[in-house]
Design a protein around this ligand. Structure first.
Ligand SMILES: C[S@@+](CC[C@H](N)C(=O)[O-])C[C@H]1O[C@@H](n2cnc3c(N)ncnc32)[C@H](O)[C@@H]1O
Length: 312
């Protein structure tokens, strides 16, 4: 079976995979690229896709979210124990009448928050397994699979009230675990992937997007902001990766959806290959208006000519 992301994550790329595929570096298909890096991991949809369609021997995956990386490490090393723990949670959830499920959700959320200081995120312990199970449970049962922390560092996303959330997907966790056996997982700033990258590496950069309108606030994940200065710092990293000979693909929002004169990314990535793909995303900050808008794909290589017809 094909492994897919085991978490729903804001900015997930599942919908865009077919379009992204058209822009992967040709060397990836030719077997000349054998290393893969995804330093803004999130749900990792591109990692799962690339690992199953190309011949990658070693992957480097990182994110600044330590709870996320803890869950990945547990899927990687202890899938069976995790499956058992999630099975218990799935059974409890299914046996709880719908009106009482919110209380179960809040119970798990409180436990997840109460134990956060006790956990050593650097050193593996049995407590990691319960914590990863709780994170996956919360991800499947909270509103929209969001991950948000309040100022005290407590997970505060409300209950989602979905009819039949798939809390345990054992086959997928096992398949994901097999793919992760080729991966090094790190809690790290994206720039640290530079030490891993070389001429045989494909790097996919999927940062928190630049807000597409002035009214929408800066995208924050776990309380961190990713403002224009961060976008500039990322462009420097993109250039250093280019200098090392790595093939790099970067996603971002397209400011021209709202302001045709906004050339922030054209200036930042002058001389690189800037493409546009269509995404079905919330257009404004309220999220009520949805529709096809374009998103940027910035490449430090030329895409395959046979796919040019797909470009906007
Ligand atoms: C747009 S999401 C990635 C979505 C992912 N590609 C997917 O398909 O689900 C961005 C991720 O970057 C992480 N992040 C934010 N700042 C970071 C930084 N400085 N270094 C590494 N990761 C960071 C966030 O925690 C978040 O998980």
């Amino acid at each position: 079976m094909k492994a897919k992301p085991f978490l729903k994550w804001a900015g997930g790329k599942s919908q865009l995979l077919a379009q992204l595929d058209a822009f992967y570096p040709p060397e990836l298909r030719e077997g000349k690229i054998i290393k893969y890096a995804e330093p803004f991991l999130g749900g990792g949809s591109v990692f799962f896709e690339v690992m199953q369609t190309c011949d990658i021997r070693l992957a480097y995956l990182s994110d600044t979210n330590k709870e996320l990386i803890l869950a990945y490490k547990v899927v990687q090393a202890k899938p069976l124990a995790l499956i058992e723990r999630l099975g218990d949670l799935q059974t409890r959830y299914d046996q709880t009448p719908r009106h009482a499920r919110q209380a179960l959700f809040l119970e798990v959320r409180s436990r997840f928050n109460a134990t956060r200081h006790r956990i050593d995120h650097e050193r593996f312990s049995d407590e990691w397994i319960s914590r990863a199970a709780e994170l996956i449970f919360l991800n499947k049962t909270c509103f929209n699979g969001l991950f948000r922390l309040n100022r005290n560092g407590e997970f505060n996303v409300p209950f989602g009230d979905y009819e039949r959330p798939k809390i345990l997907d054992a086959a997928n966790l096992l398949a994901a675990s097999r793919l992760l056996s080729k991966a090094e997982l790190r809690v790290a700033d994206y720039a640290e992937c530079e030490a891993f990258a070389d001429e045989q590496t494909f790097v996919y950069l999927d940062p928190p997007y630049r807000p597409i309108s002035r009214t929408s606030s800066f995208t924050t994940y776990a309380g961190e902001t990713f403002d224009d200065d961060e976008q500039r710092r990322l462009a420097e990293c993109f250039k250093r990766l280019t200098h090392k000979g790595a093939k790099v693909m970067l996603s971002n929002s397209d400011p021209k959806n709202h302001d045709p004169n906004d050339d922030f990314f054209e200036k930042l990535y002058e001389g690189f290959n800037i493409q546009r793909v269509r995404a079905n995303r919330a257009i404004n900050s309220v999220g009520s208006k949805r529709g096809a808008i374009s998103e940027l794909l910035i490449l430090n290589y030329q895409d395959e000519p046979r796919f040019l017809a797909l470009n906007l």
